[in-house]
Design a binder for this molecule. Structure first.
Ligand code: NAD
Length: 516
C-alpha cells in the first residue's frame, strides 16, 4: 500500500495542500494550551508538576504540559458539579448550536488538528486527516441528536393511570480516553455527553494529551461555558481518577482502553453504582471464504489491519482464510505489504508510522517470535526497524499454528497473521474462540452466508465485505469482554441519559364531573 489515501470515508473538501515542515509543526505546537482546564481556566497542577509529550517517530520532546494531581482531579469534579445544573437546563437547541459551532471550527482548523495528531501519535498525515473527519462527525451528529431527546406517554394497561417516561442528563461524567485516536476518542464521548446535558471531566491518555487540550480550547471558543468541560492530563491516572470515581457527585464513567484497565475501573465504579460505558480491547477475526472477491478481500484486509499502523481496537488480529484461496490471498497481501513505506507520518507516501513506544515494538516482536517458533512462516517483515523512533516492519505471517500467542493477544502493530480453515463451521468456531467480541470481518459473495454470519459470529460489529465500519451515525461497541454500551448512533446519547417513569392516576377519575 504505497497510497497515502485515508481508509476513513473520504470527504471532498480535504485541504491536503496545507503546510508541513518544522515551522508549521512549531506553529501548531505553540497553539496547544499547556495547563489543565478547570472551570474555564488553564491552570498549573496543584504541585506545579509537568511532563513531556514525545514524538514517537523521533523521540523528540514536543511539549511540556501540566501533570494533574489527585487534588486537581477533584477540583475538576467540583467545577463539573457546579456547572451541572446550568448546562442541564440550557435549552437543547443552544447545546446543539455550541456543538455545531465546534464542528465548524474543527473544519476550519482541520490541518492543524491532523498535523498535531501525527506529531504526538505518529499516524500518517492522510490518516490523521481522516480522523479529523471521523472525529468531527460526532460533533455534527450529536448536535443533531441534542434536540431529539424524546420521551413517552401512555395509558397503563389497567386504564387506571397515565405513564410518562422522560429522560434527564445522568450528571457529571468522567471520560477516560486512549492514545490511539487522540481526537475521535474524545469527540465520541464529549459530544454525546454535552448533547445530553452532562458536564464532564476528561482524562486523556498521557502519551497523546495535546490533541485533547487543543480540542478543549476549541470547545471554549465554540461557546462551551466554564466548568462544562474540564481536562486533566496526568502521568498518574489511577491516583487522579480513583478519588473522582469514589466521589458520589460523579454519576457516569465512560472509558475506552484495554480490557484489564476496564475491569479495574468497573470494580471501582461498582462502589458508587455508577453508570458505565466500556469500550475495551478486541481480537478481531477476518474471515475470507472460498467465494470471496479476492480483490475486495485484499483491499479490505489491508484497511482493517494496517490503518493506524495496526494500533486500533478494530484492527483485524487473526486472518482465517479458506484453504482453497489461502495461497493466492497470502501472495497478494505480501506483495502489497512488502511495498508499504515506513517512516514519519509527515513524510509523503508513508503508509506505516511508528508504534507508540518501545513497549509496543517489544510486544509485536515477542508475538512474532513466538509464532515463528511454533511454525509460522514470515513472508515479509518480521523485525523492528532501527530508530530513531519506535518502528516495526509491516509483516505477513502464514501457517500460524494453534496455541500461538498472536491468536489470543491484541497485536496492536502492523502484523498480518494467517491461518487456514476448511468449513464455515470451523471458521466460525475459530472466530468465536476468544474472550473478546468487538468486531469481526468477513468476505463472501454468498448473501445467505453473510446473513448466517450475522447470527453466528459473537461480535458487536461486523464488516461484511468491508474493512472499515466506524461511523458517527452507527452504534460502535462490543460484546463479551470487549465492553458494554455503545458510542455513536441513536444509542450514543442514551449512555448519558437517565430514564425516569412517572405515574399519575387517570385524570378522568380524579376530576369531579369529568366525562369521557
Ligand atoms: P489503557 O487501558 O492502557 O489506557 C487507556 C486510558 O486509561 C489512558 O488514558 C490511561 O491513562 C488510563 N488508565 C490506565 N490505568 C488507569 C487507572 N488505573 N485508572 C484510570 N485510568 C487509567 O489503553 P491504551 O494503551 O491507552 O489503549 C489501547 C487499548 O484501548 C487497546 O486495548 C484497544 O483495543 C483499546 N481501545 C478500544 C477502543 C474501543 O472503542 N473498544 C478504541 C480504542 C482503543
Amino acid at each position: 500500500m504505497t497510497t497515502t489515501q485515508s481508509t476513513w470515508p473520504a470527504v471532498p473538501d480535504h485541504d491536503t495542500t496545507a503546510a508541513t515542515g518544522p515551522a508549521a509543526e512549531q506553529a501548531v505546537l505553540d497553539r496547544v494550551p499547556r495547563g489543565l482546564l478547570i472551570d474555564g481556566h488553564w491552570v498549573d497542577a496543584a504541585d506545579g508538576a509537568t511532563f513531556d509529550v514525545v514524538d514517537p517517530a523521533t523521540g523528540d520532546v514536543l511539549a511540556r504540559i501540566a501533570d494533574a494531581t489527585p487534588a486537581d482531579g477533584l477540583r475538576a469534579l467540583d467545577a463539573a458539579d457546579a456547572a451541572r445544573h446550568g448546562w442541564a437546563t440550557t435549552p437543547p437547541r443552544q447545546r446543539a448550536e455550541v456543538l455545531r459551532r465546534a464542528f465548524d471550527l474543527l473544519q476550519e482548523r482541520r490541518e492543524e488538528f491532523a498535523l498535531l495528531m501525527t506529531l504526538e501519535m505518529g499516524k500518517p498525515l492522510a490518516e490523521a486527516r481522516g480522523e479529523v473527519t471521523y472525529g468531527g462527525e460526532f460533533l455534527r451528529w450529536f448536535s443533531e441528536e441534542a434536540v431529539r431527546i424524546g420521551g413517552d406517554h401512555s395509558t397503563n394497561p389497567e386504564g387506571t393511570g397515565r405513564a410518562f417516561v422522560t429522560h434527564k442528563p445522568v450528571g457529571p461524567a468522567l471520560l477516560i480516553t486512549p492514545w490511539n485516536f487522540p481526537l475521535a476518542m474524545a469527540t465520541r464521548k464529549v459530544a454525546p455527553a454535552l448533547a445530553a446535558g452532562c458536564t464532564v471531566v476528561v482524562k486523556p491518555a498521557e502519551l497523546t494529551p495535546l490533541t485533547t487540550l487543543l480540542f478543549a480550547d476549541l470547545l471554549l471558543e465554540a461557546g462551551v461555558p466554564a466548568g462544562v468541560v474540564n481536562v486533566v492530563p496526568t502521568t498518574t491516572a489511577g491516583d487522579v481518577c480513583g478519588p473522582v470515581i469514589a466521589d458520589p457527585r460523579l454519576r457516569k464513567l465512560s472509558f475506552t482502553g484495554s480490557t484489564p484497565v476496564g475491569r479495574t475501573l468497573l470494580a471501582q465504579a461498582a462502589q458508587n453504582v455508577l453508570r458505565t460505558s466500556m469500550e475495551l480491547g478486541g481480537n478481531a477475526p477476518f474471515l475470507v471464504f472460498e467465494d470471496a472477491d479476492l480483490d475486495l478481500a485484499v483491499d479490505a484486509a489491508l484497511a482493517a489491519k494496517f490503518r493506524n499502523t495496526g494500533q486500533a481496537c478494530t484492527a483485524a488480529n487473526r486472518f482465517l482464510v479458506h484453504e482453497d484461496v489461502a495461497a493466492e490471498f497470502a501472495d497478494r497481501v505480501t506483495a502489497r505489504v512488502g511495498a508499504m513505506r515506513v517512516g514519519r507520518g509527515t513524510e509523503d507516501g508513508v503508509a506505516i508510522g511508528p508504534l507508540i513506544d518501545d513497549r509496543a515494538v517489544a510486544k509485536a516482536d515477542r508475538l512474532v517470535t513466538d509464532a515463528v517458533e511454533r511454525g509460522a512462516v514470515v513472508r515479509t517483515g518480521g523485525h523492528p526497524v532501527a530508530g530513531p523512533g519506535t518502528f516495526y516492519a509491516p509483516t505477513v505471517l502464514t501457517d500460524v499454528q494453534p496455541g500461538s500467542a498472536i491468536l489470543d493477544d491484541e497485536i496492536f502493530g502492523p502484523v498480518l497473521a494467517i491461518r487456514t480453515f476448511r468449513t464455515e463451521d470451523e471458521a466460525v468456531a475459530a472466530a468465536n474462540d476468544t474472550e473478546y467480541g468487538l468486531i469481526a470481518y468477513a468476505c463472501t459473495e454468498d448473501p445467505a452466508r453473510g446473513q448466517r454470519l450475522m447470527e453466528t459470529l459473537e461480535t458487536g460489529m461486523l464488516g461484511l465485505n468491508t474493512g472499515v465500519v466506524s461511523n458517527a451515525a452507527a452504534p460502535f461497541g462490543g460484546v463479551k469482554q470487549s465492553g458494554t454500551g455503545r458510542e455513536g448512533g441513536a444509542e450514543g446519547i442514551a449512555e448519558y441519559l437517565e430514564t425516569m417513569y412517572t405515574l399519575t392516576p387517570d385524570p378522568f377519575r380524579r376530576t369531579k364531573g369529568a366525562q369521557r
